[in-house]
Structure formats: C-alpha cells, structure tokens
Write a protein that binds this ligand. Structure first.
Ligand SMILES: Nc1ncnc2c1ncn2[C@@H]1O[C@H](COP(=O)(O)OP(=O)(O)OP(=O)(O)O)[C@@H](O)[C@H]1O
Length: 237
C-alpha cells in the first residue's frame, strides 16, 4: 500500500521564535519529494518533527491515518548524523548496531551500497572524512526497509562525481511504495529525480507542486523557479 504522510496545522516555535507556522502538507508514496528552502528556512526542523525527534509542536502528523508516535517512528528512516555513536567505533560496529536496533535493517542491501560507495568497514568514525561519513549515513538510512525516508542534506560534503553516482542510484535503492523526502541545496543536481517540490519560505510552505507542473507552468527549470521565488521577495522587501 502506498504511504500517506499528512501534516495538519503544524506550528513550532523555538525560544519564542516562530520556526514553522500553520504547515499543512499531504504527501503520498511512491514518490521522491524535494524539500527546498534557504539556510534556516526550517527544513531540518520539519524533518525532525516528522521523525518524532523534535517535540512540543502544535498540530498533527499522521502516517496512513495513524498519529501514534511509536508507530510513526517505526515507519521512518531518518538520516541521523550518528552524533550519539562513539567516534572510536568502526564502520562494522555501526552496521552491527543498526542491525541489532532496527529489525528492518537489510544487511545485504547495506553491503551492496557500502561496496558501491567504497566504504572500508575497518575504518573508525573518527577517521572518516565528511563525505565518507555522509556516504555511511546514506547507506545506513536506505538499508532500513521503511515506508518513509528522510534524507537531510545527504550530499553536502560528497564530491561531485560520487554525488551524481548516488543521485542516479537512489531510485533503485528506494523501496517501491515508499515516500522519500530529500532536502538539498544542489537543486539542479537532484531535480531530475524529484516528483514533487516543497518550498519553505517565511516559516510557511510557499509551494507544493509536482516538478513537471512547475516546469510546464513556469517554463523554467526547478532551480530557476526556486531562485526566482526567493529573488522576488528580495526585490519587494
Ligand atoms: N536549537 C535551536 N535553538 C534555537 N533555534 C534553533 C535551533 N535549531 C534551529 N533553530 C532555528 O530554527 C530555524 C530553522 O532551522 P533549520 O535547521 O530547521 O533550517 P534549515 O532549513 O534546515 O537550514 P539549513 O539549510 O541551513 O540546514 C533557524 O532560524 C534556526 O536558527
């Protein structure tokens, strides 16, 4: 069954500052959604709220009509930056940990991705470059078999050649019927694999449209449309 993620009237503040206001969004699976917005727009916050990692928001988040937090968490694989894992652990230890903690972790799939991305199992986390660490996070996140994948700026430290390889492979790594949300600043590079675009601006959802609809209606690339949306505001401010 295709997954439906529904967010209704979500409001979130941090230290009295409005981060997200009246966010309502309905996303239905087998799709890849691009979550776009400038630095500080609230992309990470929205993903953390969906994943149940950020708390004390007003509003509701349901997956297939269910708002229970534990059920929601079990259906979501979030690209956790591994902050809670000791840096002296080796990649093989982290893989074992994931395998133990997540019953849906597919070791065979992990190994395929890790081999493709040339991860060395014996390396310790402390010795990994930023890009290699991100490759590990992508492999761990996508090796779980869940309904929703949240990839928060997964490619920021990865070299352009590997980035293209990963973006081209994501469609085959993504399980059928799952919903994937990717936030990224490399808009032109990820645009070809995106089905829908969600843009956050001024703490609200400014746009939620099919990528093809944007191209047809505006006659622009996703990147130009996105930059135009932010540019317009600057001119009018
Ligand atoms: N722990 C925190 N305390 C206070 N404000 C915070 C905290 N974390 C985030 N914020 C604020 O929340 C807003 C949204 O931040 P968020 O990280 O969600 O943005 P983002 O769109 O993911 O940005 P980027 O593209 O730079 O990663 C920003 O204004 C940020 O300053």
């Amino acid at each position: 069954m295709a997954t439906t993620l529904k967010i209704e009237q979500l409001n979130y503040r941090k230290n009295l500052k409005k981060i997200l206001t009246d966010v309502s969004l309905s996303l239905s699976g087998n799709k890849i959604i691009g979550l776009l917005g400038e630095n500080g727009a609230g992309k990470t916050t929205l993903m953390r709220l969906i994943a149940g990692l950020a708390k004390n928001a007003r509003g509701t988040i349901t997956i297939n009509g269910d708002s229970n937090l534990a059920n929601r968490k079990s259906l979501i694989s979030y690209s956790d930056p591994l902050g809670g894992i000791a840096t002296n652990q080796r990649i093989s230890d982290v893989k074992r940990f994931y395998s133990k903690v997540y019953p849906d972790f597919d070791e065979q799939k992990y190994t395929q991705m890790a081999t493709f991305l040339k991860l060395d199992e014996s390396q310790r986390l402390s010795a990994l470059s930023k890009g290699t660490r991100e490759k590990l996070v992508i492999s761990l996140t996508l090796a779980r078999q869940t309904s929703i994948y949240l990839l928060d700026e997964p490619f920021s430290g990865i070299d352009s050649m590997s980035r293209k390889k990963i973006i081209n492979s994501i469609i085959q790594w993504k399980p059928a019927d799952s919903l994937m949300i990717i936030s990224d600043h490399y808009v032109s590079e990820i645009a070809p694999i995106l089905d829908e675009i969600v843009i956050i601006k001024d703490d609200k959802i400014a746009v939620h449209k099919a990528a093809d609809e944007i191209r047809e209606e505006s006659g622009q690339s996703i990147e130009d449309y996105y930059e135009g949306l932010y540019g317009e505001a600057d001119i009018n401010d």
